[in-house]
Ligand binder design. Structure first.
Ligand code: NAI
Length: 271
């Protein structure tokens, strides 16, 4: 059901790779709620072509941009304003990639060049996006910026390797830039810490399926789906959350606050 929560709002949505991407669901919900927006992804993801289907469905233009390139991001914000007819009201950062995870490197055997790429793509890009928008003054007053994160920023999940550091940095950037953008244009900046979700990036993590089941058995509400994450992000883009900023918001069915569940206790046979 749609409520018109984003009626008249303009935005930029990154990270929709295929129909399991969290950003894909967010784009569909944003459209239903009345927003107009541009879609962006790395040029290499563009060649896979699936994003065109989403663009047609949402009547949105696609602007290719590598999130590690200042030039691409300037183009993204400039062209988005031209296409949409003004400054934007919301920005979604839904970008993550670790070459170390892709190539199966253990945390105790990281390749540092790849580690730097992980941080550049998955964390610094959040700062880069906001710094670009700030300098171009491309976000309207009371606008909203959301980045997607994972709880490995606070607690250790061994298989998450260097992405844990990237997420800790991403969340820190939300706090720091949230201060500056709040002062400058009353723009709020938050991260949403989502449950494990079956997507291309999610399933690339070692042992993902088992961990997905574990998290689902711990959380009293079970794992939050990508569709539910989309609903939550829509509220953060809407005018109903204007005073929420610099927060890391858990969207995980209660996982982060649960020590252990009865289901997990039943699996442990201690006399
Ligand atoms: P996904 O694989 O569909 O999305 C990741 C996106 O990052 C892709 O669209 C990819 O093309 C894009 N990307 C990679 N390098 C890029 C670059 N240099 N420039 C621009 N875009 C680039 O997977 P998912 O799960 O939807 O990921 C979205 C976000 O959600 C990520 O930040 C991820 O860490 C986060 N997240 C995912 C969870 C999961 O279990 N799937 C749980 C919690 C957070």
């Amino acid at each position: 059901m749609a409520y018109g929560l984003l009626q008249g709002k303009r935005g930029i949505i990154s990270g929709a790779l295929n129909d399991s991407s969290i950003a894909w669901k967010i784009a569909q919900r944003a459209k239903e709620e009345g927003a107009t927006f541009t879609l962006t992804n790395a040029p290499i993801a563009m060649r896979m072509g699936e994003i065109k289907k989403l663009a047609e469905e949402c009547n949105a233009e696609i602007i290719p941009a590598d999130a590690t390139s200042n030039e691409d991001l300037e183009k993204l914000f400039t062209q988005s304003q031209e296409i949409l007819g003004g400054k934007v009201d919301f920005v979604l950062h839904s970008i993550g990639m670790s070459p170390n995870i892709r190539k199966g490197r253990a945390y105790t055997d990281l390749n540092y060049e790849w580690f730097k790429q992980t941080l550049d793509i998955s964390a610094l890009s959040f700062h880069r996006m906001m710094q670009t928008a700030y300098k171009l003054d491309a976000i309207n007053e009371w606008g909203s910026v959301v980045g997607l994160t994972y709880m490995a920023a606070q607690r250790t999940f061994p298989f998450y390797t260097d992405m844990a550091e990237a997420k800790a940095m991403l969340e820190s950037i939300a706090r720091s830039f949230g201060y500056h953008y709040g002062k400058y244009r009353k723009v709020r900046v938050n991260t949403v810490s989502q449950s494990p979700t079956q997507t291309t990036a999610g399933s690339g993590i070692g042992g993902f399926d088992k961990f997905f089941g574990y998290a689902d058995a711990i959380a009293p509400l079970g794992n939050a789906t990508a569709d539910q994450c989309a609903d939550y992000c829509i509220t953060l883009f809407s005018d109903y959350t204007r005073m929420v900023t610099m927060q890391n918001l858990f969207h995980d069915g209660g996982f982060s606050m649960t020590g252990v569940s009865a289901e997990i206790m039943d699996l442990v046979n201690v006399k």
